[in-house]
Design a binder for this molecule. Structure first.
Ligand code: NAI
Length: 462
């Protein structure tokens, strides 16, 4: 008799969600987590703390730039950085404690410590070996730095250090204009730092629809972020009180340097599977170090599954959560399914950027005949009242059938609005289905309907 039906290694969004669903399906479940709190990178040093700082710094931006316009007069607030960090810690605590409560409620055992898999059916934590019929690897990812750069989390840091700086830096260099670089860069730019983003490619946020990315970068520039594009960072030199970031421009091989008080290295993440003993066990990994799985999240070893950032696909908390629920269903003998064509991606700057499905570039490359419907937030009354007229909604549909293939939003609360399109895509809807759906007025979501109308006979307010 095994101790458990399922042991999940890792208590992040993939792992804890998987554990709760397993327990709900009647499986005896434990989750191994070595951090002091559940929630993984996302809750402790990722999504949640960064959103707290984004909210706080956006509020400051509103006070500085828009309050007086609305007749709200007075001295604009100053930054008490320690208090802002305390607020962030409080938000983290509320969320991680919430998961602990959910574990108790669902009778999931939290095995505290770092787990390894000495053999199929066994999970070792400390000196103790726990047995399980099924094991799910949900160990997430870690920041991957660049050769020539030594991260110390003080002057040269990953997002973890950047969320907990002792003070707001005067000058910050961000290496990489991906999601982390732009979200954290936005926070510090709004708090008064001079932020320069150095990016290898000629476009921000690789993989994003090109037209959206261009407008997004322009918006961020207006907010004060500086960009050095097409620049490959070679090394970071650490001096006593500052760092020098050396880079080479790709177009002419010209070398240059930029100084900073702190450097954020945001050049991607890689699967974290250290210490699990996967090599000895013979678990197949991809050349990129991801745990190889089939379409039921099973590895090549019987009874061992893997989900989330540790396997292929976008490194997103909600993708991991969906896989966590699906693999629980599979283990319980039901049908688990994840629709990888409808996974939204959101950048939580202000304005936000949200996307789902194909980009225009992908459709062009695939030779897919498509139509585009666009609508600017300048034509949306609610957005204008919120000083958020910048940006637009872009919907891509099949030229023949009008079926929605992708949608991209740069604008206020884009990360909330995208879900209307996700649901529509799950139902195989056409743009006309959205266009014929009554949308409440005045809402920012009306811009989605207008973009859908623009795929047909035309938007009304354009
Ligand atoms: P990323 O892969 O999104 O972006 C890394 C950027 O660094 C790329 O634009 C790349 O061209 C650039 N780069 C690489 N080497 C360089 C060099 N030598 N010099 C200059 N630039 C260089 O990675 P990021 O932002 O670190 O995020 C990691 C993961 O975490 C991503 O998969 C992301 O989706 C996820 N994440 C998602 C969030 C969200 O959904 N809101 C928030 C934070 C992270």
């Amino acid at each position: 008799m095994a101790d458990y039906d399922v042991i999940i290694i890792g208590g992040g969004p993939g792992g804890y969600v998987c554990a709760i669903r397993c327990a709900q399906l009647g499986l005896k479940t434990a989750c191994v987590e070595g951090r002091d709190a559940l929630g993984g990178t996302c809750l402790n040093v990722g999504c949640i703390p960064s959103k707290a700082l984004l909210h706080a710094s956006h509020s400051l931006h509103e006070a500085e730039h828009n309050f007086a316009k609305m007749g709200l007069k007075g001295k604009s607030p100053s930054v008490d950085w320690d208090q802002m960090k305390a607020y962030k810690e409080d938000v983290i605590g509320q969320n991680t404690k919430g998961i602990e409560f959910l574990f108790k409620k669902n009778k999931v055992d939290w095995i505290k410590g770092w787990g390894s898999i000495p053999a199929a059916g066994q999970v070792k934590v400390g000196d103790e070996v726990h047995t399980a019929k099924n094991i799910v690897i949900a160990t997430g990812s870690e920041a991957s730095s660049l050769p020539g750069i030594e991260v110390d989390e003080e002057m040269i840091m990953t997002s973890t250090g950047a969320l907990d700086l002792p003070k707001v830096p005067r000058k910050m260099v961000v290496i990489g204009a991906g999601v982390i670089g732009l979200e954290m860069g936005s926070v510090y730019a709004r708090l008064g730092s001079e932020v320069t983003v150095v990016e290898f490619l000629d476009q921000v946020t690789p993989g994003m629809d090109g037209e959206i990315a261009k407008t997004f970068q322009r918006t961020l520039k207006k907010q004060g972020l500086k960009f050095v594009m097409g620049a490959a960072v070679q090394s970071v030199e650490k001096l006593k009180t500052k760092a020098k970031v050396h880079y080479k421009l790709r177009k002419n091989d010209k070398e240059d340097m930029i100084e900073a008080d702190v450097v954020l290295v945001a050049t991607g993440r890689r699967p974290f599977t250290d210490g699990l003993g996967l090599d000895a066990l013979g678990v197949t990994l991809s050349p990129r170090g991801q745990v190889a799985t089939n379409d039921h999240w099973a590895t090549n070893i019987d009874g061992i599954y893997a989900i989330g950032d540790a396997i292929d696909g976008p490194m997103l908390a909600h993708k991991a959560e969906d896989e966590g629920m699906a693999v629980a269903e599979v283990i319980a003998g039901k049908k688990g399914h994840v629709n990888y064509n409808v996974i939204p991606g959101v950048v939580y700057t202000n304005p936000e950027v949200a996307a789902v499905g194909q980009t225009e570039e992908q459709l062009k490359d695939a030779g897919h005949a498509y139509k585009v419907g666009k609508f600017s937030f300048m034509g949306n009354g609610r957005a204008k009242a919120m000083f958020a007229g910048e940006g637009f909604v872009k919907i891509l549909v099949d030229a023949e059938t009008d079926r929605i293939l992708g949608a991209h939003i740069l604008g206020p609360q884009a990360g909330e609005m995208i879900h209307e399109i996700c649901v529509a895509m799950e139902f195989g809807a056409s743009a006309q289905d959205i266009a014929l759906t009554c949308h409440a007025h005045p809402t920012c979501s009306e811009a989605v309907r207008e973009a859908a109308l623009a795929c047909g006979d035309g938007a009304i307010h354009a």
